[in-house]
Design a protein around this ligand. Structure first.
Ligand code: 2AM
Length: 473
């Protein structure tokens, strides 16, 4: 006689359904519940012979679960998660585990953790990446919450997660909201990667390459250092023809990008912590500007610029753009890691950045070959200040920096916007500039506000003020 289902899942939209099918396919019995019962019935009816228990009421659902109960919520992020938790609380017992697998803001996760812990319940905010297909076939999973939950959840999480080199793409990320936080950073990095690829596309296009030429370039890149899911789908997207018109689908798609907000969450978090994530910022802002289509159409007729064409040798350009893309990507990841390290210190999460990079190698949208290199860099030097200074990445950047400059210079010359390439390059150059122009900035601050400054010819920590001349307007 069964002791009850191994896990219960609430919320049978596509992600929820696919996760249930994934979990069940790994040998677990799953109870399912959806607010609208018809969805539950249809789902269970569509999958006969599977170890699924459909429940119409939450008390029955909770009663159907083995102890400690594991309940995964896959409903719309925000108020719906709180509404479900409210209903569950009176039905649960000490040590039961509620897992929120939605795309919740990590501060909401922290609030829920603080709400449930005194009630004796355990709350796991788990970032799940990989979209609908990942949920079905193997996502990357980033669970946070109390360490005591890991042993309980590990068999299920490891069974359903993507695998790379035999390793499951899941680990206990850290306490409280750490899991959803790391998922947020993953998404911010995803924004950066996507924008960098789009900028590469715009340059190849400006050199006169058609979508088939470009698909071939991205396919070729996917064989080398840039190998990643996003490069792979870019090649496939460029090669896709519209069934109706026979034209490349990308040529027919309106150039207005949408966003669901995780990029902006990352921006806000970086701003709050004074961490520079200029590549991600450029990516988020590029989406915002793209969405202002009417204004861009107007401006395109009124503000002047050179013809957006690159008269260059294509093979040379492809090689240069490759290097610019790789270098910019390294900067973007360096910034993302910097932000995670800063928050880890502040919140005492003890994030293991190398292992986090390692679980991002499969299942998730930013899965890529080069993540191995990040893992190696973090493991070789756990005190590494900036990823760009790891020997491997130093060498890639030093090798590619001239091509990167040429790409940005050509883009500027032809009036082609490359905000993420240029923001990354500016970060690179700022970081490697021993003496920046901030001496003048300090002079200005001292001039108008007597903010004082340190001197290069005196020990640090001694503050000076100059009697600046009076300004007569
Ligand atoms: P529904 O089918 O009854 O709408 C995605 O919207 C998923 O979240 C759906 O399964 C949806 O259930 C569920 N959902 C949204 N808001 C909810 C709420 N307040 N309570 C329970 N489930 C909710």
């Amino acid at each position: 006689m069964s002791q009850g289902s191994d896990i219960g899942l609430i919320g049978l939209a596509v992600m929820g359904q696919n996760l249930v099918l994934n979990i069940e396919s790994r040998g677990f019995a799953v109870s399912v519940y959806n607010r609208t019962s018809a969805t539950t019935d249809e789902f269970v009816a569509r999958h006969p012979g599977k170890r699924l228990t459909g429940c119409h009421a939450l008390p029955d659902f909770v009663a159907s679960l083995a102890r400690p109960r594991k309940l995964m919520i896959m409903v719309k992020a925000g108020a719906a998660v709180d509404a479900v938790i409210e209903q569950l609380i009176p039905l649960l017992e000490a040590d039961d585990i509620i897992i929120d697998g939605g795309n919740s803001l990590y501060t909401d996760t922290e609030r829920r953790d603080a709400w449930l812990t005194p009630l004796g319940l355990r709350f796991v905010g788990a970032g799940v990446s990989g979209g609908e297909e990942g949920a079905r076939k193997g996502p990357a999973i980033m669970p946070g919450g109390p360490a005591s939950t890991w042993g309980v959840m590990q068999p299920i999480f490891e069974a359903i997660a993507a695998r790379v080199d035999g390793q499951p793409c899941v680990m206990h990320i850290g306490p409280g909201g750490a899991g959803h936080y790391v998922k947020m950073i993953h998404n911010g990095i995803e924004y950066g990667d996507m924008q960098l690829i789009c900028e590469a596309y715009s340059l190849l296009q400006a050199a006169g390459m058609d979508t088939d030429d470009m698909a071939a370039v991205f396919e070729q890149w996917n064989e080398g250092e840039l190998q990643s899911y996003l490069i792979q789908i870019t090649a496939k997207a460029l090669a896709q023809r519209d069934a109706e018109t026979g034209q490349p689908v990308v040529d027919l798609i309106l150039d207005k990008a949408g966003q669901k907000g995780t990029g902006q969450w990352t921006q806000l978090n970086a701003a709050e912590n004074a961490v520079v994530i200029s590549t991600i910022n450029a990516a988020v802002e590029a989406r915002v500007l793209s969405s202002q289509k009417a204004q861009r159409v107007l401006a395109s007729r009124q503000l002047q610029g050179p013809p957006a064409r690159l008269a260059v040798d294509r093979a040379t350009l492809v090689a240069q753009v490759h290097d610019a893309l790789y270098a910019s990507k390294i900067v973007s990841y360096a910034q993302g890691l910097d932000l995670m390290r800063t928050m880890s210190d502040k919140k005492q999460w003890a994030l293991d950045l190398g292992s986090i990079a390692s679980i991002w190698r499969g299942g998730c949208i930013i899965r890529a070959r080069f993540l191995n290199r990040i893992t190696e860099a973090c493991q070789a030097d756990p005190t590494l200040g900036n990823l760009m200074l790891a020997p491997f990445f130093q060498q890639v950047l030093n090798r590619g920096q001239m091509a990167w400059r040429q790409v940005v210079a050509q883009a500027v010359g032809a009036g082609i916007p490359v905000p993420a390439f240029s923001a990354s390059l500016a970060y690179y150059d700022s970081l490697r500039t021993e003496r920046l122009s901030a001496n003048l900035l300090q002079a200005q601050r001292d001039f108008f506000g007597a903010h004082t400054y340190e001197r290069i010819d005196r020990p640090a920590g001694q503050w000076f003020h100059t009697d600046w001349p009076e300004v007569i307007d």
